[in-house]
Design a protein around this ligand. Sequence first.
Ligand code: DSN
Length: 441
Amino acid sequence: MADKVFEIIDLEEQRQSEGLELIPSENYASRDVLRAMGSVLANKYSEGYPGRRYYGGNQNVDQIENLAIERAKKLFHADHANVQPHSGANANEAVYFAWCRPGDTILAMALPAGGHLTHGSPVTRSARIYNFVGYGVTEDGDIDYEELERLAHEHKPKIILVGYSAFMKIPDFDRVYKIAEEVMKESGEEILLMADMAHVAGLIAGGVHPNPLDHGFHVITSTTHKTLRGPRGGLIVSKGTVGNPLKKCEKALENIPTLVDRAVFPGTQGGPLEHVIAAKAVAFEEDLQPAFREYANMIVKNAKVLATRLQGLGFVLQGGGTENHLILVDVKATAGIDGKFYETALDQVGLTLNANSLPNDKGAAFRPSGVRLGTPAMTTRGLGEAEMTKLAKWMKQVLDICVEVGNESGLDEHRTQLEEIRKEVKDLALKFPIPGIEKDS
Ligand code: DSN
């Protein structure tokens, strides 16, 4: 008899197929990516790096990891890639560890402004070890560069970090580079310019978003499962001289590749997940194809159309719209309800997104005033302008129901109407099968 786990996986496959995934950090990996992840590579230990392992039997694994490294370098115009981080959080942790001592200052976007937990939120390990100083965003949703500049001069950080999980503008990497240069002149100390591009890495790879490494940044961290459409995992790419990771090297920006390698293993991780690294290699090859450039372009196009349609229906959007894949709706300002209630109601019709805090949000962390959504997953399924229009219409219908009933328990009064919308969502979703789980005909 099949394990219960597989029954539940089937249910999840059905949920994904019949609903529309609007969470901007999720996507659908291809069947080849899934196949590599479920391979015998999962059986292997390979601590170390290609050609320098602490275990025997790595002749095949070495080839795979080298492929992943070479493809990642090509995607991001990098001198070096480390494909071993288990996640984006681990990738960030490794870069901090590579460059900072405990107590050193890191200047990063504050969490309430759209930054990520691992950029120094007080509840994380990183905040206990390093001294994070947070910059914010302006009224129109852009990075507050004046504040960033003032804080950089005041605190002389060891790292300036540009990265976020709820930000809709294209960062001005040149401006941050210039700020760092001025501060370095004052202090005589090198500053590491780090970009956490987890959300937009696929847009960079697809040529529709600037690449921080082309604008003087030294290192990019990322996840591999968001817009890059690979397996769940992390990645670090950098500029500099690639040295022997088994040997100590001087702390200098030029040595960032080696410092990063040493910080990933043995600094912060043990055995790499070579089945996941194989899946990263497969995804990176897919990302290098011309079709991926079209995909990246379409993600942004869809996001802009969706933002415009939502605004046309009265939705208030943080920052007035989007320049990337991500939209932040101010649900409170739009309809006087909180983001969690709206998220719950949308879930009932098969539209999955997440409640999210807005800059300077007065709502509780679990009941913030906004919701965050995006187009990477829907674009993978092939949805376009016409479907974005339908989606905005459903979102408005559900919002109106929420306003009428006032809270979650009231949703039952509109069960029939919600089920009708759910059926429309399902009918549309099934017309756009998920590439990785399409059945053979
Ligand atoms: N949890 C991710 C997101 O949803 O943005 C960031 O790592």
